[in-house]
Design a protein around this ligand. Structure first.
Ligand code: DQA
Length: 148
């Protein structure tokens, strides 16, 4: 059974009420439910959220060791966490795909959001499509696993 990790960074636990004009009215639980509906029977989803950088780093190490593909929304850490970038590089170097996702398009927002320190250490980036960003990433990982 292949397991795919979906990791969510700080403040994403507040989706639904947090800046709905930018992030929409869906909660993280809604996003998780949508992804679960796409899964083939032999693939499982490990969906997690933390506001804590160290916890996210530990989960990325876990993904590298377990060889679990990762869909990762680093939230605000995207823009400044070199430690999370290095952790993504560990997963990538293990030959395990990491896809960075964003609900909004950070490039169309404030200038501090235009830089991702994460993107250079992942396989690809999908941004700007709300919960569809996560679904597109899952579709791509299933394609890579040849389970689409
Ligand atoms: C985000 C974009 C980030 O700039 C922001 O800090 C977030 C969410 C997104 O999904 O659009 O928390 O990663």
């Amino acid at each position: 059974m292949t397991s795919i990790m979906v990791l969510n960074g700080p403040n994403l636990g507040r989706l639904g009420s947090r800046e709905p004009e930018i992030y929409g009215s869906q909660t993280l639980a809604d996003i998780e439910l949508g992804l679960r509906g796409m899964l083939p029977a032999d693939v499982s989803l490990d969906f997690r959220q933390s506001d804590d950088e160290a916890t996210l780093i530990g989960w990325l190490h876990e993904a590298a060791d377990a060889r679990s593909p990762v869909i990762f929304n680093p939230a605000a850490f995207t823009h400044y966490s070199y430690a999370l970038r290095d952790a993504c590089q560990i997963v990538t170097d293990a030959g395990v795909p990491v896809i960075e996702v964003h609900l909004s398009n950070p490039h169309a927002r404030e200038s501090f959001r235009h830089t991702s320190v994460i993107s250079g250490s992942v396989l690809g980036v999908i941004a700007g499509f709300g919960e569809r960003s996560y679904q597109l990433a899952l579709t791509q990982i299933l394609t890579l696993l040849e389970r689409h």
